[in-house]
Design a protein around this ligand. Structure first.
Ligand SMILES: *Cc1c(COP(=O)(O)O)cnc(C)c1O
Length: 377
């Protein structure tokens, strides 16, 4: 994997577009969720996709100092990225694939074995490499129908589980609709199903693996699904189950840019590609160095989305370009070089998400790696 963070300019040198990361806010959010949990419950921090688009290395290295028991990433290469940066905490690779098992092992990453095939492949490789009790995780499908072993994989599981080259350190599953109160019955059924699967495995094992099932909204809505560990993702970055919850969390990522140029366009003149905006009166516009290649969805153009300049909403006008947007700053006190805020609160992220018909997860994970990350303490 290329390491895009190494190719981008240093944030302190380029005050153009920047994604600020507030580690004190992150700490606040982690503490908030820890308080919801019995003190014996372990905490796994989900730092996949560059820590939800923020900065996987800075965030992981910071969290490592705050009693995080585990990290999770989606892919092996994301784990390698963390190991190369010196992260020592155990890392669960949620979607580890057989083609990468050698790399995974040489980086002390721990695979999720989610199917008979992956279990067999890893068990065989671990034996061939003469590994001793290499930590692995078994994932059961309890209704999401995405990844996971099924009860009819139990014969295959029992064949490998006694292989001393591997050790099942955790068993887990994932809720399909933990954020949705209307799906409570379904979630409770998933929890029961999970208990059944784990009971079978327990009979085969001499030790007790860590059980885990809850993501952020599972932590909040299903205390009965906390088990031994929870997997905290979006909540750590400031987004809770609902608006009230979110309001008690702190915003971690803020996306800011500047005004590159100001134009005054006359009534009847057009702006941007395809001449999508026509001035109905004299209009002052500001061009900002951030576009759809940076994560500003094209659907936010033509008056749909806005940025904040001098504390006022300035609608994005015309089409969103790859590297730029233009905003309407008529009657806004501003000049070239002034700051423009794309978002600096969860509310702003949620508004952008709503306007581009998506969820906060997609807005924050979509901020391009060419935007420098800057840590704020
Ligand atoms: C991404 C992910 C999480 C974290 O979910 P949030 O809703 O962000 O807390 C937890 N578990 C698994 C398996 C995931 O893929």
């Amino acid at each position: 994997m290329s390491h895009p963070n190494h190719q981008i300019p240093n944030a302190s040198e380029s005050h153009v577009s920047v994604l600020e990361i507030d580690l004190a806010a992150l700490d606040h959010n982690v503490r908030y969720f820890k308080k919801k949990l019995p003190s014996k419950t372990k905490l796994l921090a989900v730092v996949k996709a560059f820590s939800y688009g923020l900065d996987a290395i800075k965030i992981s290295k910071h969290l490592e100092k705050q009693q995080i028991d585990y990290f999770a990433v989606a892919y092996t290469e994301e784990g390698v990225f963390l190991r190369e940066a010196g992260v020592k905490t155990p890392i669960l690779v949620l979607h580890a694939q057989p083609a990468n098992y050698e790399t995974l092992i040489s980086n002390q990453l721990e695979p999720n074995l989610y199917s008979s095939y992956t279990l067999q492949a890893f068990s065989k490789l671990a034996t061939a490499k003469k590994l001793q009790e290499y930590p692995v995780h078994l994932k059961f499908n309890t209704g999401l129908n995405r990844l996971g072993l099924a009860p009819n994989d139990l014969p295959e599981i029992s064949k490998h589980i006694e292989n001393t080259a591997i050790k099942v350190v955790s068993i887990f599953s994932h809720l399909a609709a933990s954020e949705d109160p209307n799906e409570k019955e379904f979630s409770l059924r998933q929890i029961e199903e999970f208990k059944k699967c784990t009971a079978h495995i327990f009979r085969l094992l001499k030790h007790k693996p860590i059980l885990h099932m809850s993501n952020t909204s599972g932590i909040l809505n299903y205390p009965e699904a906390h088990f031994d560990m929870v997997r905290l993702g979006i909540g750590m970055y400031g987004f809770g189950n609902d608006a009230n919850e979110t309001a008690t969390l702190k915003n971690v990522g803020s996306l800011k840019t500047i005004i590159s140029q100001i134009h005054e366009i006359k009534k009847g003149e057009t702006l941007g590609y395809n001449r999508a905006f026509t001035a109905s009166q004299t209009t002052k516009t500001a061009t900002l160095p951030i576009g759809h290649a940076d994560g500003i969805h094209r659907s936010l153009g033509n008056g749909n989305g806005s940025v904040k300049i001098n504390n006022q909403d300035c609608p994005i006008i015309g089409n969103v370009c790859m590297d730029m947007i233009m905003v309407n700053v008529t009657n806004i006190d501003c000049k070239e070089g002034d700051e423009a805020i794309v978002f600096d609160s969860q509310q702003m992220v949620c508004n952008l998400a709503k306007k581009s018909d998506t969820i906060s997860y997609e807005i924050i994970t979509g901020i391009s790696q060419r935007i420098p990350r800057k840590i704020i303490l």
